[in-house]
Design a protein around this ligand. Structure first.
Ligand code: ADP
Ligand code: ASP
Ligand code: MG
Length: 415
């Protein structure tokens, strides 16, 4: 281990504590005690924290009481305050036990983002201020989930975005590892709060974790995994309530035991939009999805079927929250094309199986479809990639399907 002149290690460790972990004053004190242990070992520490408990949800509800459709800029201004409370309290708790610490907002440590309020992307981080503070022996406490755009507007990174702040800082500071402390002790084969038989994984590859995170495994924000993969940062997901080894998210060549299916997910916050009777000619799909992309709407599955009289129907899935924006965009296209109609269905769920082993095993999709069929669960849409299979089913059958697929691939039996 290399040590600097001030006696601290050269190694920088980034630790992130989620909302539950800093949910009340007692928990904040406990987090401070944990940080003190690492500080005493000599680590240079950058600590990222989320807003306390359900603060972000409460702020969203509060906004809803004063405006039906609050401007996104003001929404980000409001939501960013949640993290400002927890960084200040954590820094105070550290002072109380003799650890020098300073708190910083995203803007104060130069986390620059694009201007896409409520879902901004980190574009760059200038680490000079943080490095100077670390050299002075300070533990740096940084507000997760927020940055500033070029015009100094406060932006937020999307729900769960504190993970991304932490991993992006780890990458920028060339930290070897980023520890994500949460209320479960690792990444499981599926959400342990939904399926009791879920098993903890020792390791998981970036690509699998990215798919799981994008398909509804809320344990990590998907962009945090993108950063980790791009910059080779190991993410260690662990519990803030014990000292157990958690799950390491690493590159595929570091995985010892390759499973065919590593995890399954259920996503229940998507809807389906069907655009029927639209002209069947080149360029229509391009126009449709460009209009949705311009509104920054994330489309997942797409199915097109050709009807009669040179008319087409296109169905796709999108977040329920994006329905009003999508409807507006598609309505103006229909007016321009002179034909088409929109219908939507919120009663859907997407159940998915993910695993790098699928690349070399056949019959994985067939097993999943058979299991659903045997339980009379109708598959409404299908999408696959090299390492995942997703099916749209009725929302009320979601939990049952999740449990079923978890057991079909033997995930309840791994150790
Ligand atoms: P934090 O506030 O610490 O960021 P989150 O609520 O965002 O915590 O993430 C932790 C939660 O993620 C767990 O409580 C668990 O219910 C959920 N989760 C979903 N899928 C998984 C999974 N595959 N493994 C572990 N946890 C999962
Ligand atoms: N506080 C934000 C949220 O609740 C960010 C985070 O917790 O990661 O989404
Ligand atoms: Mg989270």
């Amino acid at each position: 281990m290399l040590y600097l002149e001030n006696g601290l290690m050269q190694e920088i460790l980034v630790q992130k504590f989620g909302g539950t972990s800093v949910g009340d004053p007692e928990r904040i004190r406990r987090v401070a005690e944990r940080i003190k242990r690492y500080y005493e070992k000599g680590y240079r520490l950058v600590v990222v924290v989320s807003a306390m408990g359900h603060t972000t949800d409460e702020l969203i509800a509060l906004a809803g009481k004063v405006a039906k459709n609050p401007p996104k800029r003001e929404m980000d201004m409001l939501l960013a305050t949640g993290e400002q409370v927890s960084i200040a309290l954590l820094a105070m708790a550290l002072h109380e036990i003799g650890v020098p610490a300073r708190s910083f907002t995203g803007g104060q440590v130069n986390i620059l983002t694009d201007g896409n309020f409520s879902n901004a992307r980190i574009e760059s981080i200038d680490t000079s201020r943080l490095l100077a503070e670390l050299d002075k022996g300070q533990v740096c406490i940084v507000a997760g989930f927020q940055g500033v755009d070029q015009e100094q507007n406060i932006t937020t990174l999307g729900r769960g975005g504190s993970d991304t702040t932490a991993v992006a800082l780890a990458a920028a500071l060339k930290a070897s590892e980023c520890e994500i402390y949460t209320d479960v002790d690792g990444v499981y084969t599926t959400d342990p709060n939904k399926v009791e038989e879920a098993r903890k994984l020792k390791q998981i590859s970036y690509d699998e974790m990215l798919e799981l995170a994008s398909l509804g495994a809320g344990v990590l924000h998907n962009r945090s995994v993108e950063f980790a993969k791009k910059y080779g940062v190991t993410i260690h997901v662990r519990s803030s309530f014990n000292f157990n080894e958690g799950t390491k998210v690493v590159s595929e060549d570091m995985i010892m035991e390759k499973l065919t299916v590593t995890g399954v997910t259920l996503k229940s916050d998507d809807a389906r939009m069907t655009v029927a009777d639209i002209p069947d000619r080149p360029g229509i799909a391009a126009e449709l999805f460009q209009a949705l992309a311009d509104k920054k709407i994330n489309i997942d599955m797409i199915v097109q079927s050709t009807g009669k009289d040179r008319l087409n129907t296109i169905s796709f899935t999108l977040p329920v929250a994006a329905l009003p924006d999508a409807r507006q965009a598609v309505e103006s296209l229909i007016a321009k094309w002179g034909s088409g109609s929109i219908s939507t269905d919120e009663n859907i769920a997407i159940v998915s199986a993910v695993g790098v082993g699928m690349k070399s095993h056949t019959g994985v999709a067939a097993s999943m479809f058979r299991a659903l069929a045997e339980h009379n669960i109708n598959i409404e849409m299908i999408s696959t990639s090299e390492i995942k299979i997703s099916c749209v089913i009725a929302r009320e059958r979601g939990r049952e399907a999740l449990r079923l697929i978890h057991s079909v691939f033997g995930l309840d039996k791994i150790h």
